[in-house]
Design a protein around this ligand. Structure first.
Ligand code: ACO
Length: 345
């Protein structure tokens, strides 16, 4: 216990979950589809330029799923990699939580489809809808089940096929998004903490900043709704940008405060990858050094719920973080929703 870096810091769980078990992330994995869509190709679809996209967002390319490749397929690939790292068999999984705004279908849940594809017959399965914040919301839910001794092994996935809800005629949004999936296995591991704390927040007053008007009970699919392009996402970019920076800073500071640590103790900050300018602004406000920030938005664009899950996997697989290091995840998404988590890797 004394060798654990987190033992040096206050673990808020110890205060209010003193009867609970510790829970750690024993495996991570990610997957992106093979097809790469470059800025140069988007220049041919809408009135934009590589220079504008790069300078305003930091995005150079994104991955796009094939017509016959669905969110559950991306999720299953990422899950298999996380299971391999954790040495977990499908039969061991007690619960599957998939965070997504692009489920294969409104129902059944994408988690049920993943359960079938993995052959995880014992697992309960449901989805979480918190847009880009969904992976942190999923981690927190999973951890509660493990600490309460309800389940031993939980699979959390963030997976999106955003290309299916992007309006490829709208230059304001189509340059921003991509497809992909990331996953984590959470398990009880004695003397390892996993999530030291998770902050989650929401503000439904700002639901109009980023939404998809069609396809739900308010506006079911009709010939008119399709013609009015209501089955594509819509976003107020400038306002979303401002809200994102503020909410991510507030959430991250709250997570650090709860753990009674400052930013210098964090080995790697893994922010939601929506826009390089948002990442830099949040990093600056938190007082993080540029080399503490993990950035891969240039390769994938914004993959919503998959974003920090893919970034966390890449931070681990690239050797940026080692067992025992502290990681700060910080996210923001439609809802509005936001969150931050301090992880002892
Ligand atoms: N190519 C060229 N010009 C463009 C493009 C484009 N792709 N898109 C917009 N423009 C134009 C606009 O029309 C505008 O022109 P105008 O001045 O003649 O009206 C000009 O560029 C500037 O537009 P702004 O909106 O001021 O550009 P801004 O610097 O704010 O960047 C952006 C826009 C990239 C969308 C930015 O606001 C942003 O990143 N917002 C946050 C997005 C985000 O984080 N979303 C998270 C969602 S997470 C989830 O839950 C899915």
């Amino acid at each position: 216990m004394s060798s654990s870096p987190a033992a040096k810091f206050k673990n808020p769980r110890a205060r209010y979950n003193f009867q609970g078990r510790t829970c750690s992330i024993s495996g991570v994995g990610s997957y992106v589809p093979a097809r790469i869509l470059t800025n140069a190709e988007i220049e041919k679809k809408v009135d934009t330029s590589d220079e504008w996209i790069t300078s305003r967002t930091g995005i150079k390319e994104r991955h796009i799923a094939a017509d016959d490749e669905f969110t559950s397929d991306l999720a299953t690939h990422a899950a298999r990699k996380a299971m391999q790292m954790a040495s977990v068999t499908p039969e061991q999984i007690d619960l599957i939580i998939t965070a997504t705004i692009t489920p294969d279908m409104p129902f059944p849940s994408t988690s049920c489809l993943v359960q079938q594809k993995l052959g995880a017959r014992k697992a309960a399965a449901f989805d979480v809808e918190a847009a880009c914040s969904g992976f942190i919301f999923g981690l927190e839910i999973a951890q509660q089940f493990i600490m309460s001794r309800t389940y031993d092994t939980v699979l959390v996935i963030g997976a999106e096929k955003l290309s299916s809800i992007v309006d490829w005629e709208d230059r304001n949004t189509c340059v921003l998004f991509g497809d992909g999936a990331g996953a984590a296995i959470l398990q009880n591991r004695p003397n390892a903490h996993g999530l030291l704390t998770a902050v989650m927040g929401s503000d439904g007053e700002k639901s109009g900043l980023l939404f998809m008007p069609g396809g739900g009970s308010r506006c079911p699919a009709t010939a008119n709704s399709v013609q009015a392009r209501m089955h594509f996402l819509r976003m107020e970019g400038k306002e979303t940008f401002k809200s994102a920076v503020q909410a991510m800073q507030t959430a991250a500071e709250e997570a650090l405060r709860r753990c009674e640590i400052d930013i210098t103790k964090i080995k790697c900050v893994v922010p939601h990858q929506a826009n390089r300018r948002i990442i830099d602004a949040v990093g600056e406000r938190l007082g993080a050094r540029p080399d503490q920030l993990f950035v891969n938005v240039d390769k994938y664009g914004n993959t919503s719920a998959a974003s920090v899950a893919i970034a966390l996997d890449e931070a681990v697989s690239s050797g940026r973080v080692q067992r025992g290091d502290l990681i700060l995840l910080v996210v923001f998404g439609a809802g509005l929703t936001w969150g931050a988590a301090v992880i002892e890797w």
